[in-house]
Ligand binder design. Structure first.
Ligand SMILES: [Zn+2]
Length: 313
């Protein structure tokens, strides 16, 4: 908690001006309900109470990644991540998730390689999670859902002059998705968890500096990639998704701290910030590529012979 302090009122106002400006073009690639649900259910999170939440597109996210149907692409390079911890600025409750923002005015925190033709700058990261451990992630793998999912949002400084422009451009954004599963305590995540009580209410914001989010990456380099969209309004189809194959482990207490956050502002009737994910969208005419050979498929196919071997005398 040492690096976290409530920032001055003047600084806060300056930051909120920036934030409110950004919210005219929603920056969070995340959502909670399908378009059909929107029409049926009036009691929606405010994020989904606009026409912008109806996409009608052909490359929407999230999707269920079918391991068997993904195609190994030997041309996919290893993803290179270079984050400068000093570009981390603050953490805030945006009323839908908690989000950590970065200084993206220069090429200091960037990713390159992987499926990308040039480098992309880190803008922010945030999470999606469930009310209970049985669900919470936006993407699924072979219909398996994880209790939470991390999204690191980057934009293309070669083809766009700002994050807001990149949101509207084809291939303007790259989002890295990392699944969280229940397991060991995650020391890197704990610095974030310790900051959460200070941003419990909607629009709360505190400084959060010198943090390197690469500590939230699994060590395994394998990933899937596909062309998709933001998962919150305006749902623009501007995102190259990179979904890491291997989840990171977090413990129950860390997930419970996520669930203590609120969708609501101070003074309002409290609503817990849970189930802040968008449901699956149809794959349509898309191919999911993998950076790794499909050993999963090989294992399935060799299992019968292995069993036969085990049962032979
Ligand atoms: Zn997201």
């Amino acid at each position: 908690m040492n690096s976290i302090k409530v920032i001055s009122l003047a600084h806060l106002c300056k930051q909120l001006k920036t934030i409110w400006g950004q919210r005219l073009v929603p920056a969070r690639p995340c959502s909670m309900v399908t378009c059909t649900q929107i029409n049926k259910n009036a009691a929606l999170h405010p994020l989904w109470q606009s026409e912008l939440s109806v996409s009608g597109g052909t490359r929407q996210s999230p999707i269920n990644i079918q391991w068997r149907d993904s195609v190994y692409d030997p041309h996919l390079k290893p993803l290179k991540i270079h984050y400068d911890p000093t570009t981390c600025l603050y953490i805030w409750n945006n009323g839908y998730s908690f989000q950590v923002e970065f200084d993206d005015s220069a090429d200091k925190s960037v990713i390159m390689g992987g499926p990308l033709e040039n480098h992309y700058r880190l803008k922010q990261f945030h999470f999606h999670w469930g009310a209970i451990n049985e669900w919470g992630s936006e993407h699924m793998v072979d219909s398996k859902v994880y209790p939470a999912e991390l999204h690191l949002v980057h934009w293309n400084p070669v083809t766009s002059t700002s994050f807001e422009d990149a949101v509207m451009e084809n291939n303007g954004l790259v989002v890295i998705g990392v699944f969280l599963k229940l397991g060991a305590h995650h020391a890197g995540l704990q610095k974030l968890v310790d900051a959460l009580p200070a941003v419990r209410h909607k629009d709360a914001i505190v400084e959060f500096d010198v943090f390197d989010p690469s500590c939230l990456m699994p060590s395994c380099p394998d990933y899937w990639t596909y062309d998709g969209s933001l998962t919150t309004p305006p749902l623009t189809e501007s995102v190259t998704w990179i979904i890491k194959k291997t989840p990171i482990e977090v413990d129950q207490n860390q997930l419970e701290e996520f669930r203590m956050l609120l969708f609501t502002s101070a003074g309002e009737e409290e609503k817990r910030m849970v189930d802040n994910f968008r449901p699956l969208q149809p794959l349509m005419n898309r191919t999911v590529r993998s950076s790794f050979r499909n050993h999963h498929l090989l294992n399935i196919e060799t299992r019968p012979s292995e069993l036969a071997h085990q049962h032979s005398p």
